[in-house]
Design a protein around this ligand. Structure first.
Ligand SMILES: Nc1ncnc2c1ncn2[C@@H]1O[C@H](COP(=O)(O)OP(=O)(O)OP(=O)(O)O)[C@@H](O)[C@H]1O
Ligand SMILES: [Mg+2]
Length: 504
């Protein structure tokens, strides 16, 4: 060890000796040239190569510098001992950065890359319309010469992509709406937006865990499926149809999807759109990584079954050209938005301008939709949002009462499991009961919920038997007076059959 120190000291001594000779004998220009030559020689024999990435490229900002800064902020937060911290405008996350002269080693495809951050004072500048920052900041990338073909440009591309994704995830997401219909504002943008801060997530969403997992896996596959969609020649988009009674969590599911993928939401108010071309313009102005939502699709345009054999009255326009329901006033008569326009919006050539977009339609009445809209392949996934199951109930009890899994095997839970399906209650109604009782002790609140469910079951049974009695009376009346409509008879028979099925 001692020898190593001795030889190092002698090398330093020789180096200092030559430097003093250089200073004494040669003018500064020559000294500078000699130092440059020395560095070149050193680099020739070095196994490393270096890249300098400065913050400013001339007077322009260097995108790569900021991308590297963001990219390294992930690794810097774990590895570096001294870091800078920042939080951008409209950003919900903190960004770590390498402090001055700090280094970090990063790996990519088995090769290692060392980054060093340097900050120096800029020399005083002459007057300029775009003054440069007072500090000159740069990253120096050190890699092995043999790794150069592997890392450049693939590593830099990877950094740019990661940084874009991080920036997007750190940015507050937005909820857009077309409250002006399809017309543009002064900057030619038809959407208005507000920050999107809905707290619904897949954790808080009450539905069977297995179905939830399936949907989450489908969303993940979609978001990571760039190569798949490219290789198969498909537009990078996916359609979901959420259907079920009101209050079963369709809108909550959309918010959970957006939170899961960190996508923006475009809430398309179809009744505000007048023509197919307006619809196209709206689509063209959506960004990628977004969810385009049409809620209550059955109420938005007149989705009459085109396969119906019944001929339309001669003076009526074809079914899909009729104005939407409830818009028979004069102004709305000019509305020419059609089902086929909507279909080409989601499915045709126009749907692939932009990429990575999810279409979500919701409806309370899937049976009212045109088969063209629900046929397989049109909407990739149909998700039935059902009344509250026992699994869903447990999630709601956890959300609202902090009910733990360990508490879920007792008598109270067994009783809840027995009645919940029969009660046909929506998660929204269960939430309502739990909110009302949230100040109570947990078990009291759960007991209150059980009572509410039991009362609901009783009510349902009563109303069902009243319906059957009514149907039987109608049937009797129909038999007594044959002039009564056969419709009524049919109705009563159906009610009887329904009851039979329930009793089975
Ligand atoms: N599956 C669920 N999980 C968690 N909360 C739910 C669920 N369903 C409903 N809720 C609660 O009920 C409220 C209303 O639900 P939501 O708006 O998602 O229902 P919806 O199915 O979209 O109803 P609609 O058909 O009337 O639009 C939500 O704010 C949420 O608190
Ligand atoms: Mg809704």
């Amino acid at each position: 060890m001692k020898e190593v120190w001795t030889s190092l000291a002698s090398i330093m001594g020789v180096f200092a000796f030559f430097q003093s000779i250089l200073h004494a004998v040669f003018p500064p220009e020559l000294r500078f040239a000699a130092a440059k030559l020395f560095h070149r020689l050193f680099r020739c024999f070095s196994t490393y190569c270096y890249f300098e990435i400065t913050e400013m490229d001339g007077v322009n900002t260097n995108e790569l510098y900021h991308a590297v800064q963001l990219y390294l902020s992930q690794s810097a937060s774990m590895a570096a001992s001294r870091m800078s911290l920042s939080r951008g405008l409209n950003s919900s996350a903190f960004t770590f950065g390498l402090a001055n002269n700090d280094r970090i080693v990063n790996g990519f495809r088995g090769a290692s890359a060392t980054w060093e951050h340097t900050v120096t004072q800029r020399q005083s500048q002459s007057f300029s319309l775009r003054p440069l920052p007072e500090e000159k900041r740069s990253f120096t990338l050190q890699i092995k010469k043999k790794d150069k073909p592997l890392l450049i440009p693939a590593y830099l591309d990877h950094i740019m992509e990661t940084a874009t994704e991080l920036r997007r995830r750190n940015q507050d997401r937005r909820l857009y709406t077309n409250s002006r219909g399809g017309s543009m504002e002064s900057r030619g943008f038809p959407w208005e937006s507000v920050p999107f801060k809905h707290p619904s997530t897949f954790d808080t969403l009450a539905m069977d865990p297995a179905r939830k997992e399936l949907i989450m896996a489908d969303l993940n596959d979609f978001a990571q499926g760039k190569a798949f969609y490219e290789n198969t020649g498909r537009a990078w988009k996916r359609g979901y149809l959420l259907y079920g009674p009101p209050g079963t969590g369709k809108s909550s599911m959309i918010a959970a999807m957006a939170n899961h993928l960190s996508y923006d939401i475009y809430d398309l108010e179809l009744t505000e759109v007048q023509t197919n071309s307006e619809l196209r313009k709206l689509l063209m102005k959506t960004t990628s990584k977004s969810i385009i939502v049409i809620e209550d699709i059955d109420c938005s345009v007149n989705l009459i079954n085109r396969s119906s054999k019944k001929p339309a009255p001669p003076c009526e326009p074809p079914s899909d050209l009729r104005p939407a329901r409830g818009t028979e006033d004069g102004g709305a008569a000019a509305r020419t938005i059609t089902l086929s326009g909507l279909l080409s919006f989601t499915d045709g050539l126009w749907s692939c301008c932009g990429s990575e977009r999810i279409f979500v339609f919701t409806t309370n009445h899937i049976e009212k939709l045109d088969p063209a809209l629900v046929r397989s392949g049109r909407m990739d996934m149909h998700v039935f949002m059902s009344y509250c199951s026992f699994q869903a109930l447990k999630i709601l009890m956890k959300n609202y009462l902090g009910w733990e899994d360990s508490e879920q095997s007792d008598e109270l839970m067994r009783e809840l499991a027995e009645v919940v399906d029969e009660a046909e209650i929506t998660p929204a109604d269960v939430s309502g009961i739990l909110i009302k009782n949230r100040r109570r002790e947990r078990r009291e609140a759960a007991a209150e919920l059980l009572e509410a469910l039991k009362a609901r079951v009783e009510r349902r049974k009563r109303s069902l038997s009243e319906q059957v009695v009514e149907a039987e009376e109608q049937e009797k009346r129909a038999l007594e007076s044959p002039n009564e409509s056969t419709d009524q008879l049919m109705h009563s028979c159906n009610a009887k059959e329904d009851k039979g099925a329930e009793e089975d």
